[in-house]
Write a protein that binds this ligand. Structure first.
Ligand code: VGL
Ligand code: ZN
Length: 199
């Protein structure tokens, strides 16, 4: 049987209550993920890691508000409040998130002109983060995803993983959603259609 990895998406202070882009109940995933880690041989964490004035921030687009969309060269982009600024407390992992077993941290969203929801590709769907190469070289063919947010970074990671041929599971009990304009239902449907196991 091939090795399995748990990929923990963006469990960072800015996505938890009190953070700049707080996800309702975001901190509730921490104990669930800490327990889940025990069942996996490999654990990878991702970290949203934006430079100041990142192009996904509403503050970089005069006249635009957070949660509006703009058209970027690579397609539609939702604008967010400033969040997960490199090296800031908001970009740090939740203090209770276990990281002892973690063997790789993938940082994403650090290119000023492009956002990256997925742990595998930036939002142009072609610039790789290196995660697929890492998993491939380690012989890991099965992954389970957990973290924040279900309908953005977790969902886009799951869709890319399925497309890349990984046997992909999302642990919904270890995720919480932003749910912007029905995005949760939309992305749950897209994941199911792509063959992602939702449990
Ligand atoms: C995320 C919006 C912007 C996420 C990251 O982790 O789901 N969402 N940056
Ligand atoms: Zn971000």
């Amino acid at each position: 049987m091939s090795a399995k990895a748990l990929i923990v998406i963006d469990v960072q202070n800015d996505f938890c209550p009190g953070g700049a882009l707080a996800v309702t109940g975001g901190d509730e995933v921490v104990p669930v993920i800490n327990a889940l880690e025990q069942d996996f041989e490999h654990v990878v964490l991702t970290q949203d890691w934006h430079p100041q004035h990142h192009s996904s921030f509403a503050s970089s687009h005069p006249g635009k508000q957070a949660f509006e969309t703009v058209t970027m060269p690579y397609g539609e982009q939702t604008l967010w409040p400033d969040h997960c600024i490199q090296g800031s407390g908001g970009a740090a992992f939740h203090p209770h998130l276990s990281r002892t077993k973690c063997e790789l941290i993938i940082r994403k969203g650090f290119r000023p002109a492009i956002d990256s929801y997925s742990a595998f590709f930036e939002n142009d769907h072609t610039t790789p983060t290196g995660l697929s190469g890492y998993l491939g070289e380690r012989g890991i063919k099965e992954i389970t995803l957990a973290g924040l947010a279900t309908d953005y970074c977790v969902a886009y990671s799951a869709l890319d993983a399925a497309r890349l041929g990984f046997k992909t599971t999302v642990r919904l009990d270890a995720c919480r959603a932003i749910d912007l304009g029905g995005s949760l239902e939309t992305m749950l449907g897209r994941m199911k259609e792509a063959g992602v196991r939702l449990v």
